[in-house]
Design a protein around this ligand. Sequence first.
Ligand code: ADP
Ligand code: MG
Length: 242
Amino acid sequence: MSLLEFDEVDKFYGETHVLKDVDLNVEEGEVCVIVGPSGSGKSTLLRCANRLEEIQDGEIRLEGQSISDPDADINRLRQRIGMVFQSFNLFPHKTALENVTLGPMKVKGESRDAANSEARELLDRVGLSAQESSFPNQLSGGQQQRVAIARALAMNPRVMLFDEVTSALDPELVGEVLDVMQGLAEEGMTMLVVTHEMGFAREVGDRVVLMADGKVIEDSPPEEFFTNPKTDRGKRFLSKLL
Ligand code: ADP
Ligand code: MG
């Protein structure tokens, strides 16, 4: 059993078939990087894993338990699946520390003291100890995104989903966010990462999955994907990066 399993998943928006018979397994401790052209279904795949979208056929499982079952306890599931988006979505009137403690206090019922001390550890881990009292508008985009990562980690998830988390950042701020993600990977976090950062895919990924037109086209170790793609679609994708 893999930690996160997509089993013949089909997703439609109205008549539009957006995920087509997608099979994908993410193993515990693995960093699986999803690449592919815009509109290929990458965000939809992550959103289905977090039940932000329903699927129409197939099944998605976390630790063997169905996520897609209509009777699944969505709130419990979401605690076990952290997600970080392109837009940071921090609460603007709360400090960095409060953004991180809110979930543990509200959802998990932790005391303020316990939540504060965990949040301080997490802010330290993402390099933001000095910013705990700052409000989002006092932070750079890279700092806000690191708070968003700390906030997701505060729920102690089993897997982290990242959807193009550096795409909205100024180029000079991309590295600090990728470094935090690389650190998490090295600590053994299971991660499903949609990104256009091919350096990250190659260096940090254990696997690269190419999606196109709602389908998984390739699923290979990074070295193999980048040097010797199996499909013409893969070759074309790589040639456009040059
Ligand atoms: P990617 O993240 O790879 O760019 P998406 O998962 O965002 O791709 O989109 C896949 C397809 O689904 C696209 O054709 C997109 O237009 C369509 N789509 C995405 N979200 C919606 C929605 N809420 N309603 C209708 N169509 C959508
Ligand atoms: Mg997307």
